[in-house]
Write a protein that binds this ligand. Structure first.
Ligand SMILES: *Cc1c(COP(=O)(O)O)cnc(C)c1O
Length: 381
């Protein structure tokens, strides 16, 4: 057994990153304090241009959170009661929450066993079911779970054939690649989150909408500012406070400068976990032509008690997290929403098998060795 690290192991180590760029962050915050434009300051436009350039999207719009990014797209699409929107059940609650906000019906779709992303067959079933039940299918929200893009080669044609829009919830996947494309350009629109622990995070809440369509971009920009028209006091639609703070944009600009390097470092950590853990637990699968940004490194134990393994790891000082212990269709607030087919067997099973290991760009090899050994022991019981 390698020696326990001197410092407590962190699940996500934001302190190391801060240490690395603290001077630049301090200077960025100071610039905002100096000019005093806390709302819609020059950092916002600068960040939007940098984000659009990073992923190749036509429009990037800085917003108040990942959840608001999703909601703003749905509002721009005019989502309303009587409409059906299709979401995976194995995701963070925000994906479905925004649909419920607008009074539409969430149809929960199952995920694929090997990627945890939306199962196209289950999606097709759910669309047929919605039509039969008299709910009008309008859109799909796919999720790029744990940082890995969903199966867009299957999902985009289904959306086209069925006449639905496709919104990519890339809250965990900004920077991930899908056959030459980068998250922000999948489907009709993309929402991402800059929550501090996401691969690209700010120091508070933040998010972004990415879209090709000029008209949708303009409507989102209006909605996030109380539905403004030609001026702030001309209100042409019902909107909200959905803006990102200038300070957060300034912080993100500094973090974006090192983001590609950090993605590379995350991939090195992930590759090493996968080498060292093969045969010990089920390691994540990355299909050919795709890359993950490893928001989580999620493994599965089969034939062992997941909760006992997680508890033994915690005893050894290895923080683990369970994303997610309960699929959304089993959550109290969402029980009345329909599910595809006769249930969502994969979503239900993986919820009792998965757990995520410490993952961040600054995880050193000695600490990783300790985690791997602790996990090997924990699985033996
Ligand atoms: C984090 C997350 C969100 C919400 O982002 P916030 O910025 O916390 O509002 C939405 N969807 C998924 C899949 C997420 O992981």
């Amino acid at each position: 057994m390698p020696a326990a690290p001197a410092e407590p192991i962190r699940f996500v180590d934001l302190a190391r990153q801060q240490e690395r760029i603290r001077d630049r962050i301090d200077a960025a915050i100071a610039r905002t304090l100096d000019h005093g434009q806390y709302i819609m300051g020059p950092e916002i436009g600068e960040l939007e241009r940098a984000l659009a350039e990073f992923c190749g999207a036509k429009h990037a719009i800085a917003v108040s959170s990942g959840t608001d990014a999703l909601a703003l797209v749905l509002m721009a699409k005019g989502v309303k009661p009587g409409e059906a929107i299709f979401c995976p059940a194995f995701t963070f609650v925000a994906t479905a929450e925004v649909v419920a906000w607008l009074g539409a019906t969430v149809y929960f779709v199952d995920v694929l066993e090997d990627t945890y992303n939306m199962d196209p067959q289950s999606l097709k079933m759910a669309i047929a079911q919605a039509r039969k039940a008299g709910d009008r299918p309008v859109g799909i929200i796919s999720v790029d779970l744990f940082g890995l893009p969903a199966d867009y080669d299957a999902l985009e044609p289904i959306a086209r054939e069925e006449g639905l829009w496709l919104l990519s919830d890339a809250a965990q996947a900004f920077g991930a690649r899908y056959r030459g494309r980068i998250a922000g350009t999948f489907g009709d629109a993309t929402a991402t989150s800059f929550f501090p622990a996401k691969p690209l995070g700010c120091y508070g809440d933040g998010g972004a909408v990415f879209v090709e369509d000029d008209e949708i971009a303009e409507v989102v920009r209006s909605l996030l500012f109380h539905g403004k028209g030609t001026s702030q006091y001309d209100n042409v639609r019902i909107g909200m406070t959905g803006r990102m703070d200038s300070i957060q944009a300034g912080i993100l600009l500094e973090k974006l400068r090192i983001f590609s390097e950090e993605i590379e470092a995350r991939n090195l950590v992930a590759r090493r976990y996968t080498e060292l853990l093969s045969g010990v637990v089920e390691t994540p699968n990355v299909p050919d032509g795709l890359t993950s940004v490893w928001a989580q490194y999620t493994v599965r134990v089969k034939g062992a008690d997941r909760d006992a393994v997680a508890a033994r790891l915690k005893e050894k000082g290895v923080p683990v997290a369970i994303y997610y212990p309960t699929p959304l269709h089993r959550q109290t607030a969402y029980r009345h929403h329909p599910v595809a087919g006769n249930g969502l067997p994969v979503s239900e099973r993986v919820c009792s098998e998965v757990f995520s290991l410490p993952m961040h760009p600054y995880l050193d090899e000695a600490t990783q060795d300790y985690i791997v050994h602790a996990l090997k022991d924990a699985v033996k019981g």
